[in-house]
Design a protein around this ligand. Structure first.
Ligand SMILES: [Zn+2]
Length: 351
């Protein structure tokens, strides 16, 4: 372990974890007050089996505050209250004030479809106290700390009774509905493994497609590689410029990685993030997921990250249209081989 963690338990059951490379002390302030969250619950779609979270508290969440009122910036004397009420920090993980789920949910309503309590935990992870930073600019050392923080937090969340699946993720870009510009991701801990994720995890019981892809890799699809892993545009990409980042050694979670493996993996994420921003010379709007093993799949699942960019040309967004939304048949405008050439500076993207 090459990080320090300080946990600040707040009176309203909210938790703030501060991660740093070296031990440090924090000056604390009075932070933003709790929100009286409206109860949430789950309803099961009778045709697909998917769960739908009904959470009206999210309607009131912070919407595009200016930098002076950013809730994820550090605090200072005379400044506005924030979610991270300390004078400075490196990586912070804290309870989402507008959680869609609750560790102590109410009973769900009685409906004609199956319902369940909205059991789960929603957290925010801030990558930096610098408001205009991003994964592409924080540097490999900070990304390494982020990887360790995610590994530690996921481990804590899996230890909560009833939690079966943990997804750290990032929504990036206003085009993608982001409501706070500060560089951050979220972590959702769920009481069930979504159907789609179960299908993905089950595949690993019969083989390891990620290991197969790395063994038979078309070198032209490689974006970056080192002794510890590879970042590549997968042949199965569904999004333009999609990048998959996989450690060579199979681990269920980044918590199982050694310090040297984390360093190597951080370098791959850094290069992938930088190359995505270079494609159109603007920050790439995207979603990014940290795929850790769901509960029960720790012995077979291969941890990996996937960047799903949402721009297909300088002026055009990749929208999920009817065919994608209804059938999950994705239509890809930028073939993987061409996307990799562009990311590697060997071809020019469309205007
Ligand atoms: Zn900020």
């Amino acid at each position: 372990m090459s990080y320090h963690r300080q946990i600040i338990e707040r009176s309203d059951r909210r938790r703030l974890c501060l991660y740093s490379k070296e031990h440090r002390s924090y000056r604390q302030f009075e932070g933003l007050p709790a929100i009286d969250s409206a109860p949430s619950h789950l309803r099961r779609h009778p045709l697909t089996g998917d769960w739908i979270g009904v959470a009206s508290a999210r309607q009131w969440r912070t919407f595009l505050p200016n930098q002076a009122e950013c809730p994820f910036c550090a605090m200072y004397d005379g400044g506005p209250m924030t979610d991270i009420p300390v004078d400075d920090y490196e990586v912070a993980i804290f309870t989402n004030r507008f959680s869609a789920l609750s560790p102590l949910p109410d009973m769900p309503p009685d409906l004609s479809v199956a319902t369940a309590p909205g059991l789960g935990i929603c957290e925010v992870i801030s990558y930096s106290s610098t408001h205009d930073a991003s994964l592409a600019t924080i540097g490999t050392e900070r990304i390494g700390l982020l990887i360790e923080a995610i590994g530690a937090e996921a481990s804590d969340l899996f230890a909560v009774e009833g939690i079966q699946y943990v997804l750290p993720f990032e929504n990036r870009g206003r085009e993608n509905g982001v409501t706070v510009d500060h560089p951050h991701g979220q972590i959702y801990a769920l009481s069930n493994i979504p159907e789609r994720i179960t299908r993905q995890a089950e595949v690993f019981r019969f083989g390891n497609p990620l290991m197969d892809a790395m063994t038979g890799m078309n070198k032209k699809l490689v974006i970056s590689n080192n002794d510890h892993g590879v970042a590549f545009v997968p042949e199965w990409a569904r999004y333009p410029f999609e990048i998959c980042v996989v450690p060579y050694r199979r681990v269920a979670s980044p918590k199982e990685m050694s310090s040297i493996e984390i360093e190597g993996y951080a370098a791959l994420l850094d290069e992938a993030a930088k190359k995505l921003d270079a494609v159109f010379e603007v920050p790439m709007p995207l979603t990014m997921g940290w795929h850790l093993a769901p509960l029960g799949y720790e012995d077979v699942f291969h941890f990996h990250c996937v960047f799903q960019p949402l721009k297909r040309s300088k002026t055009k967004m990749k929208y999920l249209a009817a065919i994608e939304q209804i059938t999950s048949l994705f239509l890809l405008d930028v073939p993987p081989e061409y996307a990799a050439a562009i990311l590697n500076g060997l071809a020019h993207p469309d205007d």
